[in-house]
Design a protein around this ligand. Structure first.
Ligand code: AMP
Length: 283
């Protein structure tokens, strides 16, 4: 496995692979790899000749009062995990390599950002879109892999790729969970023992509301109310949001919505957790 810290090292390898006619699968991450990331890597491996993982905690997608400095990092372990997962290249630049001073241009995401995490984290998806635009150009993937744990990110990235005609396919991968239902996340290490015990209720709250939706409840406000009530009864966390929207449009559900998403975010003392369930609706 190759480790590239500079853009020059990365592009030399990509150029060689392209010449050899290899297809490239790309898995962008912020590191501190867990089984969720591994599932993306495995799928990328099964569908491409070469797999690139990026490990980069992107400062641009963190707000001023968010956890950029505290975000867990473990480069040595991540490299071992990537190698044993069969990755061909890990791109691990520092911030100076990715952002060389005052930016000459920026990306503004204009759709699907006034809800969910986009609403509570202003500018977050502009930062995601900016770094992915750079990474897509540098790695030239045939396919890029994203987890449905971040369902809004999947929708936003598909919008970005469609809007700017990036010649790649966005592949979404189901959320990988702990045995008690908690979505795997790098941030779970920051849960206290009590918070860790409460955290699976995030998925449970969504499941309860999903059952009601599957049974025909279409009133988004009612479903959101149930999610919030369940969370406030079963956890000590602060509720950031609970929303029910159409997917992938992320608009209020309509009569003809084919799919809906039930999503929530909660804040514990040091970790903010998100989760969602998407449901295909029979018309
Ligand atoms: P992150 O390192 O948190 O930025 O995540 C990198 C990629 O892994 C994103 O596409 C995430 O959606 C995905 N991911 C994170 N956690 C999970 C999970 N539990 N299951 C599936 N994919 C995940």
């Amino acid at each position: 496995m190759i480790k590239a810290e500079s853009i020059a090292e990365l592009t030399a390898v990509i150029r060689k692979w392209k010449k050899e006619g290899k297809s490239i699968g790309f898995v962008p991450t912020m590191g501190f790899l867990h089984e969720g990331h591994l599932t993306l890597i495995n799928q990328a491996k099964s569908e491409n000749d070469a797999v690139v993982i990026s490990i980069f905690v992107n400062p641009l997608q963190f707000g001023p009062n968010e956890d950029f400095d505290a975000y867990p990092r473990s480069m040595e372990r991540d490299l071992q995990v990537s190698e044993s997962a069969g990755a061909d290249l890990v791109f691990a630049p520092d911030a100076k390599e990715m952002y060389k001073g005052e930016p000459a241009a920026a990306i503004t995401v204009t759709k699907r950002v006034n809800v969910l995490c986009g609403k509570s984290r202003p500018g977050h998806f502009d930062g995601v879109a900016a770094v992915l635009t750079k990474l897509f150009h540098l790695t030239q993937p045939d396919r890029a892999y994203f987890g449905m744990k971040d369902a809004q990110q999947v929708a936003v990235v598909k919008g970005l790729v469609d809007e700017f005609y990036f010649p790649l396919e966005v592949v979404s991968v189901e959320t990988v969970r702990e045995s008690d239902g908690l979505a795997k996340s790098s941030r779970n290490v920051y849960l206290t023992e009590q918070e860790r015990a409460e955290a699976p209720h995030l998925q449970k709250a969504l499941q309860k509301a999903a059952k009601m939706a599957a049974a025909g409840e279409r009133d988004a406000g009612k479903l959101e109310g149930h999610i919030k009530d369940y969370l406030s009864t079963h956890t000590t966390a602060e509720i950031d949001y609970a929303e029910v929207l159409s997917y992938p449009e992320l608009a209020p559900p309509a009569e003809d919505s084919k799919e809906i998403i039930l999503a929530a975010a909660i804040k514990f003392s040091k970790a903010r957790l998100i989760d969602n369930i998407t449901i295909k609706l029979k018309l």
